[in-house]
Design a binder for this molecule. Structure first.
Ligand SMILES: NC(=O)c1ccc[n+]([C@@H]2O[C@H](COP(=O)([O-])OP(=O)(O)OC[C@H]3O[C@@H](n4cnc5c(N)ncnc54)[C@H](OP(=O)(O)O)[C@@H]3O)[C@@H](O)[C@H]2O)c1
Length: 338
């Protein structure tokens, strides 16, 4: 098990702290591999990813395009690949190179960042035997999966990367399009901690915080926990607003008072405003919060039942059935307020 391997890695690092250098089972010129007690190969080059890295982005949707743009603005050599190539045009105009396949896109990369929709997209883009990224990934590169994914897929991908001796971190983000625009995303990072320092400065050119949370899967869990708390709250807020309207109270005034209590959250203000103004231009769309609640429930293993999360997931699912999938998640209020 990877987790066991990494626990051993931590032990080993602690054990060797006095020596100031880790012993590694496998590794490459740029990144030490996960250390093991059984190995005697020294890692000679612990140099960090240079500030001006060659970075490849796989996926230039709403989030990936903004992250890539920030690295371009910072002067990095950026290559992009997107399933729908036209979407990457603004990045190419800003100086990015564009590749025809993920495999081609990563061939010269030092860092590979994927920002894809879901598990299926991630699996296909990394593992397609003909044109997938893993087939072209150099041994000197590090892969960073920044999509929001299930824990089980992240762990499976980590094992595949490990079996090919490829450094791999998961780094999903909290924050939406505005935070991606102004480089204030929050990164949750999982994997071998020894790799994190190599990419921290790069991530901080797209975000404001980098939290290392544990072995592979811990970051997916952090991200899904974040969005679960958000999604349940958004669904509850939608129903609450519907009930306030039904009772004929001044909704704005009531919510203004509620916002002064400990029950309110920073996100609730933005979402309530959007629900009351009936403005549903997508920041975080219904179909993505439905996916994330569903991914969270896959970790629940159906026992015991999780009625709050299931109820919220089903509300967003119903919104999708009513054609609201691409609206902002606040659009779920339209199920309750006509
Ligand atoms: N939007 C947010 O506020 C936000 C915030 C935090 C985290 N996230 C997470 O970040 C990830 C990306 O979100 P986003 O908002 O950027 O989504 P998006 O705008 O829908 O972009 C999705 C990306 O995935 C690609 N893709 C989808 N299915 C694919 C497939 N089968 N094969 C190859 N590529 C595929 C899309 O390519 P095409 O252009 O060809 O469709 C696009 O590049 C998701 O995991 C999401 O949950 C989003």
């Amino acid at each position: 098990m990877l987790a066991t391997c990494q626990e051993k890695a931590s032990d080993t690092l602690a054990h060797l702290a006095g020596a100031g250098r880790a012993l590694c089972l496998t590794g490459n010129r740029h990144f030490p591999a996960v250390p093991s007690r059984t190995s005697h190969r020294r890692v000679l080059n612990l140099e960090k990813v240079t500030i001006m890295a060659k970075v490849t982005f796989l996926g230039t949707g709403a989030m990936g395009s903004r992250m890539a743009m920030n690295l371009l603005k910072a002067g990095h050599d950026v290559t992009v690949w997107n399933r729908t190539p036209e979407t990457a045009a603004p990045l190419v105009d800003a100086g990015a190179s564009q590749a025809f396949t993920p495999r081609e896109a990563v061939e010269q990369a030092g860092v590979i960042i994927s920002v894809l929709r879901d598990d299926d997209a991630s699996r296909e883009v990394w593992l397609n035997p003909e044109w997938g990224a893993l087939a072209g990934m150099p041994a000197s590169a590090i892969a960073i999966e920044s999509s929001t994914l299930t824990v089980s897929w992240v762990r499976e991908l980590a094992q595949i990367m490990s079996s090919r001796d490829r450094p791999f971190l998961e780094a999903p983000v909290s924050g939406s399009r505005p935070q991606a625009d102004n480089a204030s995303l929050i990164y949750f990072v999982g994997g071998y901690e020894g790799y994190v320092d190599h990419v921290r400065s790069l991530l901080l050119q797209m975000g404001s915080d980098v939290f290392y949370v544990g072995s592979h899967g811990a970051a997916a869990m952090s991200k899904l926990a974040t969005n679960t708390l958000m999604g349940v709250q958004v669904a509850a807020l939608a129903e609450t607003i519907a009930i306030l309207i039904r009772e004929g109270v001044d909704v704005v005034r009531v919510l203004d008072a509620v916002s002064g209590t400990a029950s309110w959250s920073p996100m609730a203000g933005r979402v309530a405003q959007s629900m009351l103004a009936q403005q549903f231009a997508p920041l975080f769309p219904v179909e993505l919060i439905e996916k994330d609640l569903d991914y969270m429930l896959r970790s629940a293993d159906e026992a015991p039942a999780m009625p709050a999360i299931t109820g919220a997931r089903d509300a967003f699912r119903e919104a999708m059935a009513q054609g609201l999938g691409q609206e902002d998640m606040s659009g779920v209020v339209r199920l309750f307020v006509k």
